[in-house]
Design a protein around this ligand. Structure first.
Ligand code: FES
Length: 76
């Protein structure tokens, strides 16, 4: 929710994430928490999933980052 990331589309990215989690039935299992600037604005917009940082995130690539994380970090 830092101003740089937010001004470059994180509002739409957040909406895409919320829609995806809802469609997948994961809304109650995954928490979304906003943060202030992560001091890497030049690489933003940025999201973190657990402690993994993803850079240059937008509404189009964010779902791929989430799915990649879920595939490698959660039991199937
Ligand atoms: S506002 Fe996102 S890293 Fe600075």
């Amino acid at each position: 929710m830092g101003s740089s990331c937010f001004s470059r589309g994180n509002k739409k990215t957040l909406q895409a994430v919320q829609k995806y989690l809802g469609n997948m039935g994961l809304s109650a299992k995954i928490s979304i928490v906003g943060s202030h600037c992560l001091d890497k604005c030049v690489h933003g917009p940025i999201i973190k999933i657990n402690n993994i940082r993803y850079t240059q995130v937008d509404e189009f690539n964010v779902i791929g980052f989430i799915e990649s994380f879920l595939e490698t970090h959660l039991d199937k």
